[in-house]
Design a protein around this ligand. Structure first.
Ligand SMILES: Cc1ncc(COP(=O)(O)O)c(C=O)c1O
Length: 377
C-alpha cells in the first residue's frame, strides 16, 4: 500500500493511491535483472506484449491520417463505427448492431480500470471477476470504492449488491475458454439478478484447441444485447498495443451513458489511430499470419517446458501457457531467471495461482529458440 511519508500531512481519508495494491510487476524487477545477466541475454516471456511488426497496411493508414489538426470525437468517425459494427457482426456473429451499440476506448486497460467509476459504482456496490484474473478488474473496483469479489462460477455468487460481473474468455492468465453453455448460464443468471455483464474478449481471435464464442453470439445472448457489453482490443490481434485502440460492443443504453461520461472526460482515441483501426479491422490476412507465428512459438515452448518437467493446464487459447512444477511460483520464477528466462508468477493473478507461472509466447522466434535450448540443458 502507498504509505504517506512522514514529512507529508496525513490525509483524513485514504487517498485514491492508498486503495490500490503495489504494482505487481515491480516485484519482478530483481528477477529481470538476474535473467538479463545471462551471457546470451534475457528471454522475456513475462509481459504479453507484441514483438512483431505492425502490419504495413495499418502503418500506411496511420501515416495517411497524420495531418489531423482538429480534435477527434470520443464516439469516433462514422467510418470507425462502421468498421466496429461490421467486424462484430462478421467475427462475433452479433446481430442487429447500430452505431449506438459500439464505443471506442483508449486501449482496454483504461476501460477495465475506470468502468466501475464511470458506471457510478461506489461504496456498497460489488464488482465480481474470476478467482484467477487480470489484476485490473480488482483495481477498477477499488478505484471506484466498490467491493471486489472473486468467483469460481458466476452463478454461485451472492447477487446482493452485485452491479458488475466480469467474464473473461479466453482467460488471462489460464487460457481457459468458456463454452457457449457456460456463457449462456452466466448471462441468464446475471439477467435474472439485474447484473450488468461485461465480457472481456480481447483474446477471442487467439483460440488454439478451442473456438472462443462471444457473449454477443445469438446462441449465448438469445439475440438481445440487453445487459451485455463485450470488450475487444486491437493490441493482441493486430500487434497494436502501442497504438492504444480497443472498443466496446453491446447494450446501447449502457454505451450511451458511457459515451456521455467519456465525452466530458475527454477520453478519445487519436484520429490517426482511429484510421489505423479501420484498416486493421478490415483485414484478416495479417491476423492469420500473426496466428501462425504464435502457433509455432506456442508449440515450441509447450514441448520444451513439458520436457523440462512442467505440467500445462488449460491454455487452449490466449497468448499464454499456464504451467506448474508443483512448487511455489517464486521458486520457479527464480530458477528460470537463473537460466535467463523471465516468466510471470501465478500469484500476480490471485492467490489461487501461487503454484503456477504464466509463460507468454510473445517473443521473437530467435528468443523462443534460445529458451528452448536453455530448457534442454
Ligand atoms: C484480459 C485482458 N484484458 C485487457 C487487457 C488490456 O489490453 P489493452 O489495454 O492493450 O487493450 C489485457 C492485456 O494484457 C488483458 O490480458
Amino acid at each position: 500500500m502507498g504509505a504517506a511519508s512522514s514529512s507529508q500531512p496525513v490525509s483524513p481519508r485514504a487517498s485514491l493511491r492508498d486503495r490500490l495494491p503495489d504494482f505487481p510487476w515491480d516485484r519482478l524487477e530483481p528477477y529481470k535483472a538476474t535473467a538479463a545477466a545471462h551471457a546470451d541475454g534475457i528471454v522475456d516471456l513475462s509481459v504479453g506484449t507484441p514483438v512483431d511488426p505492425v502490419p504495413a497496411l495499418v502503418r500506411q493508414a496511420l501515416t495517411d491520417a497524420a495531418d489531423s489538426p482538429g480534435y477527434p470525437t470520443v464516439w469516433g468517425t462514422a467510418a470507425l463505427r462502421d468498421a466496429l459494427t461490421g467486424w462484430a457482426a462478421d467475427r462475433l456473429g452479433a446481430r442487429g448492431l447500430e452505431h449506438t451499440n459500439v464505443l471506442p476506448v483508449v486501449g482496454s486497460k483504461e476501460l477495465v480500470a475506470w468502468l466501475p467509476t464511470q458506471l457510478g459504482l461506489g461504496a456498497g456496490d460489488k464488482v465480481a471477476y474470476p478467482r484467477l484474473a487480470y489484476p485490473t478488474y480488482e483495481v477498477g473496483a477499488r478505484l471506484a470504492g466498490a467491493e471486489p469479489v472473486v468467483y469460481d462460477e458466476p452463478w454461485e455468487l451472492d447477487p446482493s449488491g452485485l452491479k458488475l460481473l466480469w467474464l473473461n474468455s479466453p482467460s488471462n492468465p489460464t487460457g481457459r475458454v468458456l463454452g457457449a453453455d457456460e456463457l449462456r448460464r452466466a448471462v441468464a443468471w446475471a439477467r435474472e439478478h439485474d447484473v450488468l455483464v461485461v465480457s472481456d474478449e480481447c483474446y477471442l481471435e487467439l483460440g488454439w484447441e478451442a473456438d472462443p464464442v462471444s457473449v454477443l453470439h445469438p446462441d449465448v445472448c438469445g439475440g438481445s444485447h440487453e445487459g451485455l457489453v463485450a470488450v475487444h482490443s486491437l493490441s493482441k490481434r493486430s500487434n497494436l498495443a502501442g497504438y492504444r485502440s480497443a472498443f466496446l460492443v453491446g447494450d446501447a443504453a449502457v454505451l450511451g451513458d458511457l459515451l456521455q461520461i467519456r465525452k466530458h472526460g475527454g477520453m478519445m482515441i487519436a484520429a490517426p489511430v482511429q484510421a489505423a483501426t479501420v484498416a486493421a479491422l478490415g483485414d484478416t490476412a495479417h491476423v492469420a499470419e500473426q496466428r501462425e507465428r504464435y502457433a509455432r512459438r506456442r508449440a515450441a515452448l509447450r514441448g520444451a517446458f513439458e520436457a523440462a518437467g512442467f505440467r500445462i493446464e488449460h491454455s487452449e487459447a490466449s497468448l499464454y501457457l499456464w504451467a506448474t512444477r508443483d512448487e511455489p511460483c517464486w521458486d520457479t520464477v527464480g530458477e528460470l531467471a537463473e537460466r535467463g528466462i523471465l516468466v510471470a508468477p501465478g500469484d500476480f493473478y490471485g492467490a489461487a495461482g501461487e503454484r503456477f507461472v504464466r509463460i507468454a509466447f510473445t517473443a521473437t522466434d530467435e528468443r523462443v529458440a534460445a529458451a528452448v535450448r536453455r530448457l534442454a540443458e
